[in-house]
Ligand binder design. Sequence first.
Ligand SMILES: Cc1ncc(C[n+]2csc(CCOP(=O)(O)OP(=O)(O)O)c2C)c(N)n1
Ligand SMILES: [Mg+2]
Length: 569
Amino acid sequence: MTDVTQAPQAGQSTQDENPDQGTDGHGGEHAVAVAAAHGVDTMFTLSGAHVFPMYDGAVNADPRMRLLDVRHEQTAVFAAEALGKLTRTPGLAVLTAGPGVTNGVSAITQASFSGSPLVVVGGRAPANRWGMGSLQEFDHPAVLSPITKSARTVHQVADIASSVDEAFTLAGSSHRGPAFLDIPMDEFFNRAVVERPTPAQRRRVQPDPDALSEIGALLGQAQRPVIVLGTDVWADGAEEAALRLVEQAGIPAITNGMGRGVVPGGHPMLMTKARGAALGTSDLVVVVGTPLDFRLGYGVFGGKDGAPQAKVVHVADSEGQISQHADLAASAAGDLTLALEGIQAAVEQQLRKPDWSSWVGELRAAVRAATERDNALLRAEADPIHPARIYGELLPRLAEDAVVVGDGGDFVSFAGKYIEPKRPGGWLDPGPYGCLGAGMGAAIAARIARPSSQVVLLFGDGAAGMSLMDVDTLVRHELPVVMVVGNNSAWGLEKQPMQMLYGYDVVADLAPQTRYDEVVRALGGGGETVTDPRQIGAALDRAFAADVPYLVNVITDVEAPYPRNTFGV
Ligand SMILES: Cc1ncc(C[n+]2csc(CCOP(=O)(O)OP(=O)(O)O)c2C)c(N)n1
Ligand SMILES: [Mg+2]
């Protein structure tokens, strides 16, 4: 059975091009051609008749657009979102009307929270039956408006090309995010001769030069500055300008989100391991390309060990991203490369050349001490296995260009602590929306975006259950990915807080030692379970050598929670 109430005639596949009159095609052909012009080569989807024209458009496109069909729409949208993050070109997900679109809602919300460039095209019940109760007749934009930059219905086939073009331009411009449009089925199948627009050049907004001078002056006066580099530094293509500023001005740096790797792991100015000391005893924190949210103490720094409160500067890719709640000494908004270069020039113009060597030395000592503490746990011989030991085995096996995806609670927090990427653009975590289930789609995208890189998907056992059926997608599309499950038989990140608050816990336990590796084997991949810490390394080697999706299911100690000092509220 298909979900068609009234099947319109499928459009013919031939396209007539006449420069004076435009191009003939059905709605799907126009949409696919415009998406391709915006750099899209893969469409993530799960079948539904409402969006058949998109498939016909992909099949007839020259070159043909890759159709990556998944087992749950959340995976399609998480994949498109992650492809947008990795390639910095908006990803495309196509969802059938009604449940197809609503199954994508969490992933679209994540894209909104993370500022990820994403276009979602939804099917929609036919306009000529609207209000009569055809299958899956649902007004999506009403639901999607709060979580997108734009959510609207395209009412005429002749408007599809221009609307898709606008959606891509909007999704890909600062501050990036998801754009949604749905197309009534009857119009989607219709034909029209239209001018297909050419993608507009990206606009670079110059930040206010006075604001940049002010930030330079604040840095000139600071004794203990720190710069925080977040996701938008990568998203805005400002990673080189950021590293130049850090190195040439000599400012200690902390990275988060996709900013990880902008200052490479092991770099003498990278102080992420001394985060507490750096942010707690700094007198000026310059935050670039990330919101002042719970991950950054809501923008309140200093105050540790009797230190005074730090001054705070916020630099963002657009005006709307500048924090409204934090007490800011200065701020600047605009293209982040121009902002960082402007700040560097302003620092160089300061009469007083700041000497931060003792502050840098203090932080380096703290980084060394933290590294030594980490090393002890990374080598832990404990039985059951301490989760840190998994990272002790994984770290030396990770190539510089590896893409690491985290999907889980405590297990992924450990990853954030121990893995310091050597390059930017290779770290995908759930971001501030914290949505479990995002990892499988992200790993699919990583495999496509970086065909020759290692792709490692770190799963909590709870999170794994949210998307494991999409191993079938990895297998069907020949996308080998290394999956590592930190299997503590629990929703660990919730179990420990509940114990702490109530002295007991409920709904936090999962079945002991579930064989997630057998699930992967049943779906056509490979895998194994590990219970001895000394066997982890060899299992990882087999996983990296496998040419199929491979899951290493490591049974870990539920009594080894991540030592966190915030629950994000
Ligand atoms: C979609 C969704 N549902 C629920 C949560 C709440 N939550 C956050 S972490 C967590 C536990 C994750 O467990 P697991 O993946 O096994 O990782 P662990 O903490 O055990 O290492 C839960 C349930 C969430 N963040 N997202
Ligand atoms: Mg768990």
